[in-house]
Design a binder for this molecule. Structure first.
Ligand SMILES: Nc1nc2c(c(=O)[nH]1)N[C@H]1C(S)=C(S)[C@@H](COP(=O)(O)O)O[C@H]1N2
Ligand SMILES: [Mo]
Length: 527
């Protein structure tokens, strides 16, 4: 099909549309090619996630409401998809611009590469040479593909100056290929870009660090707390120990850092008498203990799933601090991650006898990469954002008032003790009439749960039966046998901790220091 010269507005629309397609394909090619150098260099991250990381650290996390949303996995996928979609839309605009001036559009694509370059350099987890290579490859691929497709439209870099501009009338000397040819070439270039992106991704696949982790043999603990024998096994009720693959994951890292334990060091310094540094082997040679601890995220909503119980193996934090000799002014323990994330909590918490450790094992295995391999902090009774640094690399003693960790300037409380909570796991929606278990978990680490009560339809609080726990740092499973009658019912639960204090019914949001309120479920009982 040749464009009908008799209809200039239609032909202009058609050309504009082709320009947009060319721009989208060119931007896609730039994105995909830009991912290659870092993938070949064995880096876990490319420019796209670098832009995402910078976005998380600089902008999104400073907006409190978005920050709460930005913790989880789905938000990360959404962020990466958002970056790609915005890039392609910018590409569409540049493609239309290229119809008027290829040079300007090329400059636009160059600017696009520079943004990627700046992001990679800014993002602490990536290196400079790779950043430049990414920007060059991406920029050259983008401009090259745009040139190729513009040539197809008859507006390539070499032809642009020879074209008549006035009225966008077709120049008879320039053959405009038909739509099918244009789409064919675009599709081929798009497919090549997609293949490149997939290739770059699979190159990142399993790193040597995964193999290293699989080969690691954990040391035997000098002390461990036996798990209690009698556990609730009701379908739908959280198992006492959360299987690692079901354990919630929260962090600001768009791509899990893969930390090489061989070059990894743990530095203990700051306001201490004798700062020191340990290799991973030296850390493993210290006395390790094994304890189950329930950890929770401050952004967990009442009744939510950002909480889990695992058996952690690690070196007591108190032993490391003793070795360094904390000075009186060292009132805050700061934990730094390889990815720049930080936590901070009062030094007293690390030494008051509760479980506080540099963990290397989770549920009998080396820490998974997602949960902080090779080492992380675990402190019973503190929310993760103030304590549980994954990919830990430095413990620094500071004055409490001298340093605020990652989430503090972003609107969260400086102190983050876990609030006592209880959750109804079953029933959640519908049940058959008769005696049915109302059951779930309750936690108040490191204090312990003394009682859980259940109220049906705002009736009197009735005690639930508690299962024993291995220590006061884990959640307790609970069950209440309910004689369910047909119809709609409201079930609530509340927990009392070992100090005798009962959960408040007052509802508050996760920000700034953890949600409060009673978990409430509406169920329908079938007759
Ligand atoms: N390096 C690093 N460590 C981190 C975080 C992070 O963003 N980066 N998030 C913390 C938060 S908010 C929580 S709740 C816990 C979650 O640990 P998990 O992913 O192993 O469940 O990790 C903590 N450690
Ligand atoms: Mo968290």
């Amino acid at each position: 099909m040749t464009l009908p010269p008799s209809d200039p507005s239609r032909s202009r629309r058609e050309r504009r549309w082709r320009g947009a397609v060319a721009g989208i394909v060119a931007a896609g090619a730039a994105l995909a090619a830009g991912q290659l150098p870092s993938a070949i260099a064995g880096e876990a991250e490319g420019p796209v996630t670098a832009v995402g990381n910078v976005f998380v650290d600089r902008f999104a996390a400073s907006l409190k409401d978005i920050a709460i949303q930005l913790f989880g996995q789905n938000d990360k996928v959404a962020l990466v998809v958002g970056i790609v979609v915005i890039s392609l839309l910018l590409g569409a605009a540049l493609g239309v611009l290229a119809l008027r001036s290829f040079a300007l559009a090329a400059v636009g694509l160059g600017a696009f590469a520079v943004v990627g370059l700046i992001a990679v350099v800014t993002d602490s987890s990536a290196g400079g040479g790779v950043a430049v290579a990414s920007a060059l490859t991406g920029g050259v691929a983008g401009i090259g593909v745009l040139g190729l497709l513009m040539h197809q439209i008859g507006r390539g870099p070499d032809l642009a100056t020879t074209l008549h501009r006035a009225g966008d009338v077709e120049d008879p000397r320039v053959r405009t290929p038909d739509r099918r040819t244009f789409l064919g070439v675009s599709a081929a270039a798009g497919a090549a870009a997609a293949l490149t992106a997939v290739g770059a991704r699979s190159l990142r696949g399993r790193s040597i660090v995964d193999a290293q982790r699989d080969a690691l043999v954990l040391p035997q603990p000098v002390r461990s707390t036996p798990l209690q024998a009698e556990v609730l096994e009701i379908p739908g009720v959280s198992p006492y120990v959360t299987p690692t693959e079901d354990f919630y994951r929260i962090d600001t890292a768009l791509v899990t850092p893969r930390v090489d334990a061989e070059s990894w060091r743990l530095r203990v310094g700051g306001l201490v008498e004798e700062p020191f540094e340990l290799t991973f082997d030296e850390l493993l040679e210290m006395d390790v203990v094994e304890e189950p601890v329930t950890i929770a995220c401050v952004s967990n909503e009442v009744g939510g799933g950002l909480v889990g119980n695992a058996v952690w193996l690690g070196v007591p934090l108190a032993d490391l601090l003793d070795r360094a000799g904390v000075r009186a002014e060292g009132t805050q323990v700061v934990g730094r991650s390889t990815d720049g994330f930080t936590v901070g909590f009062p030094t007293d918490v690390a030494t008051d006898g509760r479980v506080a450790m540099v963990a290397v094992g989770m549920n009998g295995e080396p820490l998974p990469a997602d949960h902080g391999y090779p080492a992380r902090l675990i402190v019973a009774g503190l929310y993760g954002y103030v304590s549980a640094t994954k990919w830990l690399t430095e413990i620094e003693l500071t004055r409490f008032e001298d340093f605020d960790a990652y989430w503090i300037p972003r609107g969260w409380s400086k102190l983050g003790p876990v609030k006592t909570q209880s959750r109804i796991d079953v029933p959640r929606r519908t049940v058959d009439a008769g005696v049915v278990p109302v059951a779930g978990v309750a936690w108040a680490p490191h204090i312990g749960i003394a009682a859980v009560e259940v109220s049906i339809d705002d009736g009197p609080w009735q005690p639930a039966e508690l299962r024993g726990t291995a220590n006061d740092s884990t959640w307790a499973q609970w069950v209440h046998q309910w004689d369910a009658t047909p119809g709609a019912h409201t079930i609530r639960c509340r927990a009392t901790d070992a100090t005798g204090s009962t959960q408040t019914a007052e509802r508050s949001d996760p920000a700034p220091d953890g949600a409060t309120g009673l978990h409430t479920v509406q169920v329908t009982v079938r007759g």
